[in-house]
Write a protein that binds this ligand. Structure first.
Ligand SMILES: Cc1cc2nc3c(=O)[nH]c(=O)nc-3n(C[C@H](O)[C@H](O)[C@H](O)COP(=O)(O)O)c2cc1C
Length: 453
């Protein structure tokens, strides 16, 4: 059942067969076998992975395999070995622990010689009589049993790192400009001037970017949220819908960006399900536009955060409050001014000048451990001349105390102090359903809070 879809190449002095694309599985055969013994697995895994089967011939097989990985710029791989190829695989993982992600041996008896230094998960599978059961067992192992983390959780944890937002573009190899939104940008070196971005192997343009002579990184400004959404889409007409011009090195520059860097390709590095593109900066420019921010899956506009700070310091009366959730329920407190009335946790209502630190003190006094992650609304109440600033976040309740928890479907609207609070909470309740929050600012009149974007 040999497949014709594999290719044969030579790298680092070693002949190997390969197929597919994506995460690499290195198949190591046993003695008295050749790479061809893995043809059924090459065919079976080509759709989901990049199976790669070398002829392991050198006396020092570990050095031979290391040369092969180096030559193919493969930082780390999954390894599957059969028979006494298992000993080579273990030796490879022991000698180069960073380069073997997971290891599976089939029909290999490790005895007492298992290297204690192995960092990767290892599975010793018994020999199987037929190819199909080998392939089925390997599929299960590679997709599930050795996967250490829940990827959604991992992505959320990575997303705690606040970043800017860029659009990475290239003139391409076929004259067709390509581009995608990326927050994996990192400045790398001043001498020589280097930067990097990571592109997922599932991106439509990954092949073009990995072969292109160069690429440009456009650092987006606050006004370019829509452009970010456009370039994060799969729309084929991204460049027709955007304002851009060719940069000095030929790659598209998006108009209105806070900064741009036009780069020549410096290095392309294989890295798991992504490719690292390192660029050598050929030209760059920047403006004083505020950069767009991104954290935990949401856009952040620093200018507005600053506006809140400025407003708070210039207004004579400032109310600072929070829309806080505990266990998916809204936190309210009794209103000292109205019997049976409820208010959001807030300071400054009594005419005093509220501040974020006073709000923190209030929350602590009321038994809450709150994370005030993001600004939610900034508006001025012209009647009371109060500047109102509300944050949103989560709170842990140490003690129930005076807090009242309300379900979002059942908010006690008539117990809230004014239309401003009701209007803001209606919007909050609607936005939390879709998990996308906007920031509101402007004058507050008749309970209206204006959307910024
Ligand atoms: C804020 C944000 C940041 C992103 N960062 C990256 C990134 O660093 N690398 C990446 O490959 N995709 C990233 N994406 C996803 C790509 O923009 C998206 O997959 C896009 O469709 C790829 O374009 P293409 O498939 O047309 O090539 C990001 C998306 C958003 C909204």
């Amino acid at each position: 059942m040999a497949s014709s879809s594999h290719a044969q190449s030579v790298a680092g002095g070693t002949r190997f067969l390969e197929a597919g694309s994506g995460e690499v599985i290195l198949f190591i055969h046993g003695s008295a076998e050749t790479a061809e013994v893995w043809l059924p697995q090459l065919a079976a895994f080509a759709a989901s992975h990049r199976p790669l089967a070398p002829d392991v011939t050198a006396a020092d097989a570990v050095a031979q395999l290391r040369r092969l990985l180096d030559d193919l710029a493969l930082a780390s791989v999954n390894v599957v070995a059969q028979g006494d190829g298992g000993a080579i695989a273990l030796a490879l993982a022991a000698a180069h622990p960073q380069r073997v992600r997971r290891l599976v041996t089939i029909g290999f008896e490790p005895g007492a010689a298992v290297a204690p230094r192995l960092l990767c998960p290892v599975l010793f599978m018994p020999a199987a009589d037929d190819e199909r059961s080998v392939t089925a067992a390997l599929s299960a192992v590679l997709s599930e049993r050795l996967s250490r983390f829940d990827n959604r959780e991992l992505r959320t944890a990575f997303g705690s790192f606040m970043t800017g937002v860029t659009i990475v573009t290239t003139a391409g190899v076929d004259g067709q400009p390509r581009g995608f939104t990326a927050n994996s940008f990192t400045s790398v070196s001043l001498e020589p001037p280097l930067l990097l971005i990571c592109i997922g192997k599932a991106a439509a343009s990954v092949d073009v970017f990995s072969r292109a002579e160069g690429f440009a990184v456009n650092i987006l400004s606050e006004a370019q949220k829509d452009t970010s959404v456009l370039f994060a889409s799969k729309r084929p007409d991204k460049f027709e819908a955007a304002n851009w011009r060719p940069g000095p090195f030929g790659n598209p520059l998006i108009e209105g960006s806070a900064a741009w860097f036009d780069c020549a390709r410096y290095q392309v590095i294989d890295a798991g399900d992504h490719i690292i593109l390192m660029g050598h900066v050929q030209a760059f420019s920047y403006s004083d536009a505020n950069p767009l921010g991104y954290a935990r899956g949401h856009y952040i506009t620093l200018g507005l955060e600053q506006a809140a700070v400025n407003a708070a310091s210039s207004a004579s009366r400032t109310v600072v409050g929070a829309i806080l959730e505990s266990d998916n329920r809204l936190i309210l407190l009794p209103d000292p001014a109205r019997p049976d009335g409820l208010v959001l946790p807030e300071v400054g209502r009594s005419g005093a000048h509220g501040s974020a630190s006073q709000l923190h003190d209030l929350l602590t006094r009321e038994g809450m451990d709150a994370t005030l992650g993001f600004l939610f609304a900034v508006f001025e109440n012209p009647e009371s001349r109060e500047q109102c600033i509300y944050y949103r976040g989560e709170a842990l309740l140490h003690a129930r105390g005076r807090t009242v928890l309300a379900d979002f479907e059942d908010i006690p609207w008539d117990r809230l102090p004014d239309e401003a609070t009701r209007s803001m909470l209606r919007r909050y309740a609607a936005e939390r359903k879709i998990g996308r929050f906007k920031i509101y600012s402007g004058d507050h009149r008749q309970g209206l809070v204006k959307a910024v974007d």
